[in-house]
Design a protein around this ligand. Structure first.
Ligand code: NAD
Length: 493
């Protein structure tokens, strides 16, 4: 399909899809399928005036949505979940068109989590109470302090391309449940599901203007227009640490709150007493899930020297058994990288690892999958030994299906190696000694530490990172705190 015959992906502003100019003189860009490299759609890029319309529409929607009773707001969220369920396969198809990921993953993780996000945050907001304090005063009187929580206002939601629908609904569901209006800027790589979600939210009864989607890039495009708009009351952002830092500078003059879920360079720690089969299954997921393009993915595997050879051999064997292939083939386990540009970045780290003297246990190249797939951004699952924490491939986020295996001798050494990073998102600890599991997990300088599992989530628990990995937490009550502002009322009794 050529760009001219491809379908349009449109912006959704103030309750309506915006038709691109009929003579196509508007700014637009091509959306390619990462599995084939073929153009599948043309995306209407929002200009500054359209972003302004979105923010203005969002502000006027606040007048009704912020005042809508909680039980009605949460009913809209539950209807949205039901509608996504009814149109499940449409969302699966849109997720695949966006990312090229395997159909089984799109069904079991991405779209399933979108439903869970809407239902969980409807529950969380419906059950939320508020703190109050009785204050003893001199002379025996008391004061009652209680806080009422109000929506933050118009929230800019800026999201990346790796789990586009999952990460979008993770923010949109609590923001809307709390009575905010949102202006969403999906990644330029994955414009599809955010656009489809607009239909669902409209049909679920969300008032016009409460959910807007504007398409485009970062600098000099929709991302910058949204985050620099004076009508934005807060920014929730998931993406790279460098972009997060940039967004923080953009909002600094107006002192707006930010919630940042940024990059990671996550460690796994495998102790000599670990259950090796369970550990190898877990590591295979944590290194290679979504082709390594999950912020939580493991790129550093520290292994006790007594089991190093077994873990290295076992993980390499499992990496070789992953099935790269057509997204719609149910047997496919592993999709492409998101783009040729991202593949160039990942291959740059292959070259750096080689220069640093790494031994390639498996992978290290570009697979030949044949036919139309050869135009896609495919890469081989790759494992290295022979690197240290001083090497750039062990220090910098690669965001691909790749990990370095490094031996350790003592628990203290393992903890020090794992914490020797500027990031602080996630870690996983593999051991059958439960005391050690708790001890080491608690010693990790990260937002989330797992013991004998990975990416197991309870959406009510806090999620986020320290250091370069972010600012703040979302999930459960943490989301309510970000998406609302309290007004404390103090009454002398
Ligand atoms: P990115 O930072 O390049 O882009 C993220 C979003 O920001 C995109 O929508 C992009 O268009 C927009 N953007 C870029 N420049 C901007 C600017 N100047 N102003 C406003 N918006 C701008 O990230 P990416 O490549 O899309 O995603 C991969 C990164 O996301 C990785 O670093 C990964 O670790 C991180 N990530 C973190 C989490 C988490 O929960 N911590 C989850 C998923 C991904």
């Amino acid at each position: 399909m050529t760009a001219d015959t491809a379908r349009w992906i449109r912006n959704f502003v103030d309750g309506q899809y915006v038709e691109p100019d009929e003579n196509h003189s508007v700014r637009s860009f091509e959306k390619t399928d990462p599995a084939t490299g073929l153009v599948v759609a043309r995306v209407h890029e929002a200009d500054e005036a359209l972003v302004d319309r979105a923010v203005t529409g969002a502000r006027s929607a606040l007048g009704t949505w912020a005042r809508t009773p909680v039980r009605e707001r949460t009913a809209v969220l539950r209807r949205a979940a039901d509608l996504i369920e009814e149109r499940f396969e449409e969302f699966v198809a849109a997720e695949i068109a966006d990312t090229g990921k395997p159909v089984t993953q799109a069904r079991e993780l991405d779209v399933a989590r979108a439903l869970a996000n809407f239902r969980t945050f409807a529950d969380v907001v419906a059950a939320a109470g508020q703190e109050s304090f009785l204050t003893d005063l001199a002379g025996g009187r008391q004061a009652l302090n209680y806080a009422v929580r109000k929506p933050l206002g118009v929230v800019a939601v800026i999201v990346p391309w790796n789990l586009p629908l999952l990460l979008l609904t993770w923010k949109v569901a609590p923001a809307l449940a709390c009575g905010n209006a949102v202006v969403v800027k999906p990644s330029e790589e994955t414009p599809g599901t955010a656009t489809l979600l607009a239909e669902v939210l409209r049909d679920a009864g969300l008032p016009a203007g409460a959910y807007n989607v504007v398409h485009g890039f970062g600098a000099d495009s929709a991302g910058a227009y949204v985050t620099s708009h004076p009508g934005i009351d807060g920014v929730t952002f998931t993406g790279s640490s460098a972009t997060g830092s940039h967004v923080m500078r953009t909002v600094a003059p107006r002192v707006r709150p930010v919630s940042f879920e940024l990059g990671g360079k996550n460690a796994a720690l495998v102790f000599g007493d670990a259950d090796l089969d369970e550990t190898l299954d877990g590591l295979t997921r944590s290194v290679f899930a979504n082709t390594g393009q999950v912020c939580l993915c493991t790129e550093r595997v520290y292994v006790h020297r007594s089991v190093f050879a077994d873990v290295a051999d076992g993980l390499a064997e499992r990496a070789r058994s992953l099935r790269l292939g057509r997204p719609l083939d149910e047997a496919t386990t592993t999709g492409p990288l998101i783009s040729q540009a991202h593949r160039d970045k990942v291959r740059g780290y292959f070259a750096l690892a080689e220069q640093a003297g790494a031994k390639v246990l498996t992978g290290g190249g570009i697979p030949e999958l044949g036919a139309e797939l050869d135009g896609g951004s495919w890469i081989e699952p790759t494992l290295w030994t022979g690197l240290t924490n001083a090497d750039r491939p062990v220090r910098e986020e690669i965001f691909g299906p790749v990990a370095a295996l490094i031996p350790f001798d003592t628990e203290d050494e393992a903890i020090a190696l794992a914490n020797d990073t500027d990031y602080g998102l996630a870690a996983s600890v593999w051991t059958t000694d439960l005391r050690r599991g708790h001890r080491v997990a608690q010693a990790m300088d990260v937002g989330m530490a797992w013991v004998n599992t990975w990416f197991l989530r309870d959406l009510r628990s806090p999620f986020g990172g320290t250091g370069l990995s972010g600012i703040g937490r979302e999930g459960g009550a943490s989301s309510l705190h970000f998406y609302t502002e309290p007004t404390n009322v103090c009454v002398q009794l």
